[in-house]
Design a protein around this ligand. Structure first.
Ligand code: 9YW
Length: 433
């Protein structure tokens, strides 16, 4: 077996060991339930080695979809223990749209699912099974995107908002520091709870206690509002139009259009929506002077001037024009996010010169393979094949030298967070295919 085949086999075995029989855990102990965008990344990996599992991964997630179209960020496995916050904190039974027989969270994660479903179909060895799978999933994907536009874009701007740091997929990113500082919690607002994550991995690598207080406070606010979006919108201190989330929605609409075409449905409404999101991302989130996309804080009607690797991801959905893309790539190189000489592993999740950068603390600096994967795909789309190949080599070096971790120290390459991490394995399978 050559080195590439051996690495692929190792990646496949990680997915296999995290497979529960119904879905794939993101990580063996730290994340014992199903997570929404993890499921999409994981399905992209399974698609290369086991079409049935790839399909099952998304099926399992969408079986827990709410009646209003919301796809929850966690589908709890009732047999699993050891994760906080569990269903009793979310209290989703307070919402008439939540499924009665499934335990789920009440927030969402970035909508990569149509993209994953389309990739499964394209790689399928059993085409007729894949088509049947698309037929089954299509109305659910439509309902999911409809939910986002209906509930999360009340002004019809073409951008949807997120209302919790967990919805971004980047929990403790410095993006949220300003909002969290504005959220003064009185002692009576401060929720009481016991975390489990800090017992499983190094406490210094995880979000702080002050951040968790705010995460849990927001969850309780949603539960007490009965998950009524209009009420939440009125009261929620965290409302953000996020670059990464809207980018993935834009690509997902493009892929939904492809799925519609295969099924003999009209693709045009989805293409139109994709164009609308792309235009809005360029109009509202692009900064011409800094040559970068920035999040927008609806709470104070201001840009969030924080440079994350995620700010470059509109490349993934073909949102920038050629000139914008060239400026983004120059920015990526000049800023320390991307380096050719191997003195550092690219791309750190957060600006290495930014305030509060940490090489180990979760979304405040470490290299994450999913963000690299989005950038690799995006760079390749615009013809930056050398850049894409360089990032691919970096991902390979990281897993070869240090294992399949949740995230990596950008200077030493050391793995942090959970080992045997599913989306790292899944995306390596995709990159080495
Ligand atoms: C949490 C599962 C999830 C990911 C998120 C990541 C982290 C922690 O782990 O969230 O407790 O939800 O930030 O993107 O989906 O891998």
């Amino acid at each position: 077996m050559n080195a590439t085949a051996a690495l692929r086999e190792q990646a496949r075995q990680i997915l296999e060991s995290n497979w529960t029989g119904r879905f794939t855990r993101p990580a063996p102990r730290l994340y014992p339930h199903q997570w929404s965008w993890d499921a999409a990344f994981i399905a992209l990996g399974w698609a290369h080695v086991d079409q049935k599992r790839a399909q099952q991964e998304l099926r399992h997630l969408f079986r827990a979809q709410w009646r209003n179209g919301l796809v929850p960020h966690i589908v709890f496995d009732r047999r699993a223990r050891g994760y906080f916050p569990g269903p009793q904190v979310w209290e989703t039974h307070r919402c008439p749209h939540a499924p009665a027989r499934k335990a789920t969270s009440g927030v969402v994660q970035p909508p990569l699912h149509a993209t994953a479903a389309w990739a499964i179909y394209q790689q399928a060895t059993d085409r007729s099974a894949a088509r049947a799978f698309l037929e089954e999933l299509f109305p659910k994907l439509v309902a999911w995107h409809d939910y986002l536009f209906r509930e999360r874009d009340p002004q019809g701007e073409g951008l949807v908002y997120i209302r919790h740091p967990w919805e971004s997929g980047m929990d403790n990113a410095p993006l949220w520091d300003g909002i969290e500082q504005r959220m003064h919690l009185n002692p009576s607002d401060r929720p009481r709870y016991r975390r489990v994550d800090t017992m499983l991995v190094a406490e210094a690598d995880r979000p702080t206690g002050a951040e968790y207080d705010r995460y849990v406070y927001l969850v309780r606010l949603f539960a007490e509002a009965g998950y009524d979006e209009a009420r939440i919108r009125e009261a929620c201190p965290f409302l953000v139009q996020d670059v990464l989330f809207n980018t993935l929605l834009c690509q997902a609409e493009q892929d939904l259009a492809e799925i519609a075409s295969v099924l003999g449905e009209d693709p045009e409404p989805f293409r139109q929506r994709a164009r609308r999101v792309a235009e809005a991302v360029n109009r509202c989130l692009w900064d011409e002077q800094r040559a970068l996309y920035f999040d927008y804080d609806l709470g104070v009607s201001q840009r969030i001037w924080v440079r994350m690797a995620a700010c470059f991801t509109p490349l993934f959905a073909s949102i920038p024009d050629g000139l914008q893309a060239a400026r983004l790539v120059s920015h990526l190189e000049a800023s320390g996010f991307f380096n050719w000489d191997g003195s550092r592993y690219s791309v750190p999740s957060y600006d290495p010169n930014g305030l509060g950068f940490s090489p180990v603390q979760y979304w405040r600096g470490p290299v994450w393979i999913n963000i690299n994967w989005l950038l690799i795909e995006g760079l390749a789309r615009y013809g930056y094949t050398e850049h894409a190949a360089h990032l691919c080599r970096t991902v390979r070096l990281l897993v070869e030298r240090h294992g399949f971790y949740e995230y990596y120290h950008p200077y030493t390459g050391e793995g942090h967070g959970s080992e045997q991490f599913s989306w790292t394995a899944a995306l390596v399978l995709d990159l080495l295919a």
